[in-house]
Design a protein around this ligand. Structure first.
Ligand code: HEM
Length: 144
């Protein structure tokens, strides 16, 4: 009897949560962010090197693809807010992500024009937007 209650609770928990959490416990948004991070980190070292611009452009495209997908997802911090507060927070979250996407477009244009100095300045700008986004929309205590 006790076991069936436990199993029922488990089945219920699994049935209500898949939209938010993937099988390994990460949210869809965390997985998009991880893909952004894997492309973003190596860029810092290679943006100065014009011979790597094709690879850099591919990495920027990966970040943009995942940032665009993130627009449709809700951060855990916002999901935990009272329903009435969520629309305003989601609008602010999307605005911040759209700033990131606009900077990524600038980075693409700079790389295509062979302006690697400018590309490095835009990288710093992106780092600032990442920090802002995380300060405002990531639950505290979650890994950066
Ligand atoms: C280049 C820019 C960015 C990179 C590389 C990046 C990377 C990451 C990483 C590595 C995580 C942790 C994922 C995990 O816990 O496994 C994360 C989480 C998160 N990031 Fe970003 N991020 C960027 C920009 C942004 C921006 C601009 C925003 C908001 C507008 C944002 C919002 C979030 C949120 C809300 C989480 C927590 C996930 C959740 O609530 O489900 N990030 N990010």
């Amino acid at each position: 009897m006790k076991i069936s209650i436990v199993l029922c609770s488990l089945a219920l928990a699994l049935s209500v949560s898949p939209a938010l959490r993937a099988a390994d416990g990460d949210t869809e948004l965390q997985m998009k962010m991880q893909k952004m991070s894997s492309a973003f980190r190596p860029l810092r070292a290679q943006l100065a090197d014009a011979t790597k611009n094709d690879d850099s452009l591919a990495k920027v495209a990966t970040i943009k693809e995942n940032a665009t997908a993130a627009l449709a997802l809700t951060p855990m911090k916002i999901a935990d807010m009272p329903a009435a507060d969520q629309p305003k927070a989601i609008a602010a979250y999307k605005e911040e992500l759209n700033k990131l996407i606009a900077s990524l477009d600038k980075l693409t244009a700079a790389l295509k024009a062979g302006k690697n100095d400018e590309a490095q300045t835009i990288y710093t700008e992106l780092g600032g937007l990442q920090k802002e986004g995380h300060t405002e929309f990531k639950k505290s205590g979650k890994k950066q």
